[in-house]
Design a protein around this ligand. Sequence first.
Ligand SMILES: *Cc1c(COP(=O)(O)O)cnc(C)c1O
Length: 426
Amino acid sequence: MSQKKRSKETICIQGGWKPANGEARVLPIYQSTTFKYDDSDKMGRLFDLEDQGYFYTRLANPTSDAVAAKICELEGGVAAMLTSSGQAANFYAVLNICSQGDHIISSATIYGGSSNLFTVTMEKMGIECTLVDPDLPEEELAKAFRPNTKAVFAETIANPALVVLDIEKFARLAHSHGVPLIVDNTFATPINCRPFEWGADIVTHSTTKYMDGHATSVGGCIVDSGNFDWEAHKEKFPGLTTPDESYHGIIYTQKFGKQAYITKATAQLMRDLGSIPSPMNAFLLNIGLETLHLRMPRHCENALKVAEYLQSREDVAWVKYPGLKGDKYYELAQKYMPDGTCGVISFGLKGGREAAVNFMDRLKLAAIVTHVADARTSVLHPASHTHRQLSDQQLVEAGVDPSMIRFSVGIENADDIIEDIRQALE
Ligand SMILES: *Cc1c(COP(=O)(O)O)cnc(C)c1O
């Protein structure tokens, strides 16, 4: 079994935690800040990164590590770390290889929180970001690169735009400019797409969404494929390829090889910035992961039924769902995620903004919440909620149709979800 790659279903259940003889079958919650040693020399070696072991939960914790290992195996990576949120994961994934004076390129159709992070907060830190239309041809996209560009960022399926990324195109572009491609794989999850198989170098997640799946815990994860050759582009990535004076002159690429990127993120960023998940939250995330392979197909199956129903109605103006034949991203979705995309769809009513609000207020099964991608069907009207400070004119400029309803299809009975939509529309 150890030679052959395990299947996703088995990894969801058995990945990560490997109990020794007589140990707990279920991943224990190591709710401890600290770990005990008999001699001080051993502890010193841990601090020097000379030995492996736990000493303080901000740097590493057995519960969190086991869950990171499970996600790592699901994605087919070599190393992973958990973070306190998806925001922290994307921040660290970029900050780990960028510093003041550097530049990144990001798809413009990304989660609002990520675009704020890149274009406002990181900009203040001296890291610039160029947003690009991901559908542009390669020659056009290439123009965004600068000598100080250090990474390219995009989402497998964009939240909430539902744009499917041409991962191979983005990987080619990034690699021909000597930088890694970072892909936020939150919406597809490794059950539906493994970006490393298409050339991505680093994968991030908001585990808050499908991975947790029950809306209990905010969390994030960064996974490294181990494929990007930092040494081949030494001058671009001095943080990985030159001595770290805060660690006695360690050179991460030389000492840790394929583990260099994640080791640096843990030893340096987590040490200094500290956005760790609590062991309890990691435990809850692990319970969610155990059924990810069962939930994702159901989310997709239900979402397709709902999308087809909406499309059949006279009062619905438009429906966006990459799993729907005729959708702008259907072909890309078929290529990168033939088994299904995600459970989130968006649509507009012919009655516009007012009809959207009335519709949502009449829903009984679907709840109005600022969350997507969990077991319960939920709904959000960006013009009234996440983007409510904008006028209709500004909404259009921001690419948010004032009539747009974001509908996150859960894993209840599809007929019940459709019946709820029908009664609310009528
Ligand atoms: C929600 C989300 C994030 C942010 O994650 P949090 O866990 O809320 O911090 C990042 N990327 C995507 C695609 C998301 O959907």
